[in-house]
Ligand binder design. Structure first.
Ligand SMILES: NC(=O)c1ccc[n+]([C@@H]2O[C@H](COP(=O)([O-])OP(=O)(O)OC[C@H]3O[C@@H](n4cnc5c(N)ncnc54)[C@H](O)[C@@H]3O)[C@@H](O)[C@H]2O)c1
Length: 293
């Protein structure tokens, strides 16, 4: 049987039409149901809690093989068990730990350099540029910046054989503006932003399809905020005060950051490298001086 196609007068075989329709349905089906990270192996640092745990779970939901890493062994193992992933203890500031990871996982598709500290986790200490101690400054940079440098170096080597991959560095809104009371944190996150672009250009220059992008969250409700919010009856008021200047007037959720990480990890982001993506409820879209505020 033949009929005339709708776009011209060429007689078309019925089976060709059916094949076309089937291909279209298959394409639509795969767009809806195919996991976006199928066949990829991803390593996430600081994945025992907060944003890292949400990213690990979102990656597993998209069928990635996930290597969950953290210095928190109990929390990291629990996340790995939950998503049928593999847990490895990795202190991102420790070069020997990265060497061991490289020996155990010589090939990788996706790395998320997520582990980070503010400096406010332990004994209270000043972090403004006038009173901060050098040791505290260095401790924050060791995790946030050295950790990201070591992670990127490992990932480039582990992705080189295949010639492709995605490195995602979790920076911060604090890497884009000054933060008077968290100088080391802001400095380290700004350096992460810039190192991301260096890595992106280096890989492209080497002819490698290894992409490197940074995510800049702000006010995402995770355990990182606990030292700043504290307990007690006025916690709710403190939470509200923290986001009073956020245009969307709420904290972000770790899952919302994870959704962005899935995009960058996937082949949908094939033309994105050296980019910085803010996810901050609109905070950096304007300023207190924006007309109309
Ligand atoms: N929550 C926010 O509002 C926010 C905003 C901007 C950026 N970020 C960034 O997002 C990332 C995740 O933060 P979060 O809010 O989920 O915090 P979190 O405290 O819930 O999680 C951080 C994780 O990093 C781990 N970690 C700390 N030091 C480590 C080390 N040396 N090696 C390996 N793991 C280590 C911790 O054990 C923890 O599991 C950080 O880089 C943070 O700077 C968070």
């Amino acid at each position: 049987m033949t009929w005339t196609s709708g776009t011209g007068n060429r007689p078309t075989d019925c089976s060709e039409q059916l094949r076309g329709a089937a291909m279209f349905q298959l394409h639509s089906f795969s767009r809806i149901f195919m996991p976006r990270l199928s066949g990829k192996t991803a390593l996430v640092t600081g994945a025992a809690s907060g944003i890292g745990a949400a990213i690990a779970k979102a990656f597993a939901d998209e069928a990635a093989q996930v290597i969950v890493t953290d210095i928190d062994v109990e929390g990291g193992q629990a996340v790995a068990d939950d998503i049928s992933g593999t847990f490895v203890r990795l202190d991102v500031a420790n070069e020997a730990d990265w060497t061991a990871v490289g020996e155990r996982f010589p090939a990788l598709d996706v790395l998320v350099n997520n582990a980070g500290i503010t400096g406010f986790e332990g004994v209270p200490a000043a972090h403004d540029p006038e009173h901060a101690q050098l040791a505290d400054w260095r401790a924050v940079h060791a995790v946030n910046l050295d950790g990201t440098f070591l992670g990127c170096r490992y990932a480039i080597r582990a992705m080189r054989a295949k010639g492709s991959g995605s490195i995602i560095n979790i920076s911060s809104r604090s890497g884009l503006v000054g933060i008077p009371m968290a100088a080391a944190y802001a400095s380290s996150k700004a350096a992460v932003r810039n190192h991301t672009k260096t890595v992106a250009l280096y890989c492209a220059g080497q002819g490698l399809n290894i992409r490197c992008n940074s995510i800049h969250p702000a006010a995402v409700m995770t355990p990182m905020w606990e030292p700043m919010l504290g307990d007690g009856p006025d916690r709710g008021a403190r939470e509200a005060a923290m986001v009073a200047d956020t245009p969307m007037r709420r904290f972000g959720r770790a899952e919302e950051v994870a959704a962005l990480a899935v995009l960058l990890a996937s082949d949908e982001a094939a033309y994105m490298t050296g980019a910085e993506l803010t996810i901050d409820g609109g905070t950096l879209a304007g300023s207190a001086a924006t007309p109309g505020n």
